[in-house]
Design a protein around this ligand. Structure first.
Ligand code: 9WO
Length: 498
């Protein structure tokens, strides 16, 4: 990612971003931060960059010419995304940081004095962004805030394998309090449960502390949290059918769009997909209308949604212009205990070798060693893309790998298949190469992902298409329960797909 910062105070920006994590990422060429001195582009013989405002008023304005020429010098012939840091902009949020982190190049324009001649802003600025409702003396500190927040979302900046997105478990909750050595300081002891080693109790304590802290410090967030939790009992009346919705809430990845009794509409904050369930048509329609409003407010022209009732399909088509693309049964792992793994897979290469040698000695050459399972890296992206035909979207698969939710099965070090977790939380993305089928590799991958999800306090589930017999048999063999009704994926059919 490349940042070009246009400013009258390049040293301030350069020095502020040369330290710590951002400085290290720049030194490692994961980021480049280039501070451009606007004064270098003045054509005035006294190197002047400001002048009085027409119509009178306090102070000075930055003139159009030096700003434009400085911008030209980094834009070349193109029109890179150009941000003006101003109290008159849209408020900077984590969501916007995430979005900006997907750009290859950003130009940040820092104003000073009383601002910049409007005419040059009209020509070069694509985004007006504020970091909060207060006035400073210049845009440099806000630009540094933006560079810091955007950079930590760029893969590799936080160091190997650490993602800027914690895929935070509790969307609307603040972080819990944390403690380090010593055990006692100023007469205050670390809460004993944190020394107990009991991971389950620790997780429960942290969650409770996060809830209490949110209630006290951020009542606005707490109300949202409460409203979402209040939907759970109604959804759990049909537990299997609504597993996608309840898991979204439990994992802190849901935004409430509509609720009335047992009619609920959520939005998945990670994917933007809507989930809709209705007690009756009338309330269902009200929820669809709320969904339409919400999507429009989010700038989403063709929302994707999953319906949980067949009888809502025509209304969804009429109101949103979407059509059914697929329908699935929910397959839910309803137990808390992990699945047995013996003989299915290894997660350590050394062990696998030992086992292979022992097996060879005992049984001759016909018994194959179990697959080794490990998290995939971007090096395997091309492999997954070439094998997985269901989702023809490189960015989606890249995202799944980057978030650490794609796992591969390897036989003798050679990739034989993979599986993962979708953005919305369902297990899937499962594929086993034809030459490795009938060797329980799919079962091994799914067992691994189920156990991993359980460790993280999730209820594992997947969505199985009616005609996918292989998948249905696999889920049944692992003891997953199927919903009686189906869920219906609805989206705008693209002309080329018709
Ligand atoms: C000062 C002023 C004085 C008299 C009459 C009008 C006036 N406008 C300003 C003014 O807005 N100055 C800004 C200073 C011009 C752009 C750079 N400056 C700035 C950016 N201050 N605060 C920000 C900022 C940017 C992003 N998020 C929060 C604050």
């Amino acid at each position: 990612m490349r940042f070009h910062i246009l400013t009258l105070f390049p040293e301030m920006v350069q020095q502020g971003l040369a330290e710590s994590i951002i400085g290290r990422a720049a030194a490692n060429d994961i980021l480049s931060i280039d501070a451009v001195n606007i004064r270098d582009y003045t054509i005035d013989k006294h190197r002047k960059t400001d002048d009085y405002p027409y119509g009178g008023g306090a102070g000075m304005l930055m003139q159009a010419q030096p700003v434009y020429d400085a911008w030209k010098s980094v834009a070349g012939g193109g029109r890179p995304r150009t941000v003006y840091l101003t109290p008159q902009g849209q408020t900077f949020t984590q969501k916007l940081a995430r979005e900006l982190a997907r750009e290859d190049e950003l130009v940040l324009l820092c104003g000073h004095y009383e601002g910049i001649d409007e005419r040059v802003l009209e020509e070069i600025v694509t985004d007006y962004i504020s970091i909060g409702d207060y006035v400073l003396t210049g845009g440099e500190l806000p630009a540094m805030v933006l560079v810091d927040a955007v950079s930590r979302m760029v893969p590799g900046v936080l160091g190997n394998g650490v993602s800027g997105e914690t895929e935070s478990f509790e969307g609307d909750l603040l972080e819990y309090p944390q403690y380090s050595r010593p055990e006692e300081w100023h007469g205050k002891r670390v809460p004993p449960v944190l020394l107990s080693g009991n991971q389950k109790e620790i997780a429960a304590w942290r969650r409770e502390a996060a809830v209490a802290r949110t209630r006290e410090r951020r009542p606005d967030l707490y109300r949202r949290y409460e409203a979402l939790r209040a939907c759970l009992p109604a959804l759990k009346k049909e537990k299997l059918l609504h597993i996608d919705m309840t898991e979204l809430i439990e994992r802190g990845q849901a935004r409430l769009v509509y609720v009335k009794g047992r009619t609920v509409c959520l939005c998945d904050t990670a994917s933007g997909i809507y989930l809709h369930t209705a007690e009756n048509r009338e309330d269902g329609i009200a929820a669809l209308l709320a969904l339409r409003e919400d999507a429009a407010a989010c700038g989403e022209e063709s929302p994707m949604l999953t319906l949980h009732q067949k009888f809502m399909r025509e209304d969804a088509q009429k109101l949103l212009g979407v059509e059914e693309t697929m329908s699935f049964y929910q397959a839910v792992y309803t137990r808390k205990e992990k699945l047995p793994v013996s003989g299915l897979y290894q997660t350590d290469a050394g062990q696998q070798e030992k086992r292979a040698r022992r097996d060879a000695a005992q049984n001759g050459k016909d018994k194959k060693p179990a697959a080794e399972i490990r998290r995939l890296t971007l090096e395997e992206l091309a492999f997954v893309r070439s094998v997985y035909r269901t989702v023809d979207d490189e960015n989606y698969i890249r995202d799944r790998i980057e978030k650490g939710w794609m796992y591969g099965a390897f036989v003798d070090g050679v990739p034989a298949g993979f599986a993962g977790m979708h953005t919305e939380g369902g297990l899937g993305l499962l594929e086993v190469l034809p030459e490795y089928r009938k060797r329980h590799i799919g079962k091994a991958l799914e067992t691994y992902l189920i156990n991993l999800s359980l460790e993280q306090g999730m209820t594992p589930y997947g969505q199985v298409a009616e005609d996918n017999e292989a998948s249905r048999k696999l889920q049944e063999s692992l003891g997953l329960c199927f919903s009686r009704q189906k869920v219906y994926w609805m989206e705008k059919k693209h002309p080329e797909k018709l």
